[in-house]
Design a protein around this ligand. Structure first.
Ligand code: APR
Length: 246
């Protein structure tokens, strides 16, 4: 039972120095999706695709979690299994900020995937063309990233949590890419209250609340409000009826 489902996007990592995809200086301003983020691109020019992700992997490794990541970790401690943190991001800043059981629906930069046997293993910083799979030996290592045209991970689990959520919050995402862009509507149909926390609000009418601003400012305030609200309802999280620890 997830009382709260959170979906994060590139905006939550922006203040940690990682590029978003759309908007000024976004990744898709300097690269065509068709050249670096589809299975066809990888088949056509694997060296370009590996280089694109090697550069992002190196950048992500230098980034530090920010106050928004830390605040969501705090919320996770308060809610335990009653909170599901889903991210579209392929960096590991939620984990670096202390979050556990983060659901990476678009994969992770620090994982490699064998295109032949499906084996996953921790990715080296530089994944080269023809890198051999440690399990089957085939020279078919690729980034463990869900490319356009592929099916995002953990969808059953995500939809199950959304169907039971009291609150759904989209944080730092433009809501341009499905299926994530449809999570708000799905949650609202199941009775959830939908919040949007982002720098440039999407204008999607599905959101009951829109909190505009940088995530490092808005998310800690929002987390404090949610903790207070659920504590006063005497539902501090899984099983306990004690108010949140002060
Ligand atoms: N604080 C909060 N929000 C921010 C900040 C910030 N400091 N900076 C930018 N944003 C917001 C922008 O206003 C925008 O709404 O973050 C969002 C970034 O949108 P996108 O660049 O489209 O990133 P995202 O929504 O995560 O993209 C979704 O698209 O290309 C695919 O797979 C890729 O997972 C990605 C998906």
């Amino acid at each position: 039972m997830s009382q709260i489902v959170i979906l994060t996007g590139a905006g939550i990592s922006a203040e940690s120095g990682l590029n978003t995809f759309r908007g000024g200086g976004g990744l898709w301003e300097n690269h065509r999706v068709e050249d670096v983020a589809t299975p066809e691109a990888f088949a056509r020019n694997p060296a370009l695709v590996q280089r694109f992700y090697n550069e992002r992997r190196a950048g992500a490794a230098k980034a530090q979690p920010n106050a928004a990541h830390i605040a969501l970790t705090d919320l996770g401690h308060a809610f335990g299994d009653d909170l599901l943190l889903v991210t579209q991001n392929v960096d590991s800043l939620h984990e670096a900020g202390g979050s556990r059981a983060v659901v990476h629906m678009h994969g992770q930069l620090d994982q490699a995937l064998c295109a032949s046997c499906g084996h996953r293993w921790p990715s080296p910083t530089e994944l080269e063309v023809g890198h051999a799979c440690p399990s089957c030996g085939a020279p078919s290592a690729r980034p463990d990233i869900v490319w356009f045209g592929e099916i995002p991970y953990h969808m059953d689990r995500i939809l199950e949590a959304l169907s039971q959520a009291e609150v759904f919050a989209a944080i730092g995402t433009s809501g341009q890419v499905y299926p994530a862009a449809g999570f708000g509507e799905f949650a609202q149909q199941a009775g959830a209250e939908c919040h949007e926390l982002t720098l440039e609000p999407s204008g999607n009418p599905i959101f009951d609340r829109v909190i505009a601003g940088p995530a490092t400012h808005t998310v800690p305030l929002w987390v404090a409000e949610i903790k207070e609200r659920f504590a006063t309802k005497g539902r501090a999280g899984p099983g306990s009826d004690a108010p949140f620890p002060s």
